[in-house]
Design a protein around this ligand. Structure first.
Ligand SMILES: Cc1ncc(COP(=O)(O)O)c(C=O)c1O
Length: 449
């Protein structure tokens, strides 16, 4: 009997009692390799002594100070560190307690910016289908996952959704990756024209799509084209790197690899690595300058923004990543993971696509490789894979509805940056066994391999 309203009322969960490095242990003594960092959170793994020591020290110093009365040294230091590592033009960090809160803050910052500069008629957001930006109402509204939105749709602000950048399924025969990207930019241009270029606040996108579509990487030039289009219309670009940012793809920010600087960059998950709940919006100076010249404040706030212990954890996580050269490790081990996935699953009759960047990898499953036909959603293949992986001592992050919120299955991998070669061997071996066992349950053939 539990009094927690868990995520599912139908399944009981193992009780986590210990966690160290890439491993979690349950109350029965079973050990699990955390190959997904939970939901791409635990970038340093579990129980990192430097992060825990930093949190202890901060608790002893100042455990909490409300931000309408005080700032703290640790929050200032974290902001300095983040601004120094952010895209050129970034001047300020706004701290919240997670990804959804950070997206909400970015949406409101963008709207207030236009009110401050005398363009209050801008009231509309454009975002993409097959994206996830969080579960609060504003974040859910810009998100493009049909299943998550459907029952709450009457409560959501109206948002225009355009196509995701989904090369495996949507690049046409005879079209280069670059041409496909430019076609998507044209589609966005048409959507902007339809709303009216002077009525749009911002375009919101995940730089690399995470949970809803499984590590969808943008094609070359696509985000640069988007950036140019937004700038031409005076529309802000908000990149949501809650999942793909803070080193996950091999650069501190995923947008660095696209040569693009957004007006507002949203980060969370890997910022604090799960040691504390924390997210942030990194804002370009023109946004904050407008607030400064205008009302003199950002009209927002929560009780726990800039929480000192959360800031201490995040600062320590970021310092360890830098000190231990972990972005190099993400690139190196990411290639190692991709190579192992190719070797083990590349010819699998039900693996349609292997994709991703750094230690952020997606595996899309198909009933038929030639036609790319997905499995019947009623089979819930993704849930079966998760259960089979857990039974083998492996945490992965599978999801259904990859294609349109209904059809398609994928598995997302996001192991800690400290993952070793032998961990990667075990991850891929257990994952392949879990996929085959799940397929066998559905009656699908796993031959020939
Ligand atoms: C890209 C993206 N944005 C926002 C969120 C919401 O973050 P949170 O669950 O911390 O509210 C998530 C969570 O998975 C995410 O992946």
């Amino acid at each position: 009997m539990t009094h927690i309203l868990h995520r599912s009322l139908r399944h009981s969960l193992p009780v986590a009692v210990a966690a160290e490095g890439v491993t979690l242990v349950d109350a029965q003594g079973r050990r699990y390799i955390d190959a997904s960092g939970g939901a791409a959170v635990s970038c340093l793994g579990h129980g990192h002594p430097d992060v825990i020591a930093a949190m202890h020290a901060q608790i002893d110093r100042v455990a909490y100070a409300h931000t309408s009365f005080f700032t703290t040294e640790v929050a200032e230091q974290l902001a300095d560190t983040l601004v120094a590592g952010a895209p050129a033009g970034t001047s300020h960090a706004y701290f919240v307690s997670g990804g959804s809160e950070a997206v909400e803050a970015a949406l409101k910052m963008a709207r207030q910016y236009f009110v401050e500069i005398g363009q209050p008629e801008r009231s509309h957001f454009i975002a993409r289908r097959q994206s996830y930006h969080g579960n609060t109402l504003g974040a859910l509204a810009v998100g493009g996952n049909e299943w998550r939105r459907r029952q709450f749709a009457p409560l959501l602000i109206s948002v225009t959704h355009v196509s995701p950048c989904y090369e495996y399924r949507e690049r046409q025969a005879g079209e280069t990756a670059e041409q496909y990207g430019q076609r998507l930019v044209q589609e966005l241009g048409a959507a902007i024209d339809k709303v009216g270029g002077d009525r749009v606040i911002a375009f919101v996108a995940e730089t690399v799509v995470g949970a809803t579509a499984g590590a969808l990487v943008p094609v070359p030039g696509y985000l640069r084209g988007v950036r140019e289009l937004c700038s031409r219309h005076g529309i802000l670009l908000i990149l949501d790197e809650v999942m793909c940012g803070m080193g996950r793809t091999g650069s501190l920010h995923a947008c660095e690899q696209e040569g693009v600087a957004p007006d507002l960059l949203v980060v969370a998950k890997g910022l604090g690595g799960g040691y504390q709940p924390i997210g942030a919006v990194l804002a370009q100076s023109h946004i904050v300058d407008a607030f400064e010249r205008g009302s003199g404040l950002f009209q927002h706030g929560h009780t726990y923004i800039g929480h000192p212990v959360a800031c201490a954890a995040a600062l320590a996580v970021q310092q360890v990543i830098r000190r231990d050269g972990l972005l190099d490790a993400v690139r190196r081990q990411g290639e190692g993971l991709a190579a192992r996935l190719r070797a083990t699953l590349g010819d699998h009759p039900h693996v349609g696509d292997l994709r991703g960047r750094g230690l952020f990898r997606g595996i899309e499953l198909v009933a038929d490789r030639a036609s790319k036909a997905p499995f019947d959603p009623a089979l819930r293949l993704h849930a079966r894979i998760k259960a089979q992986a857990m039974a083998r001592g492996l945490m992965v992050y599978p999801m259904g509805g990859t294609i349109d919120g209904q059809r398609g299955d994928h598995v997302l991998l996001a192991p800690p940056f400290i993952v070793s070669d032998s961990d990667l061997d075990a991850i891929v071996e257990r994952l392949a066994a879990a996929i085959d066992a799940a397929l066998a349950e559905t009656g699908a053939t796993t031959k020939p391999r």
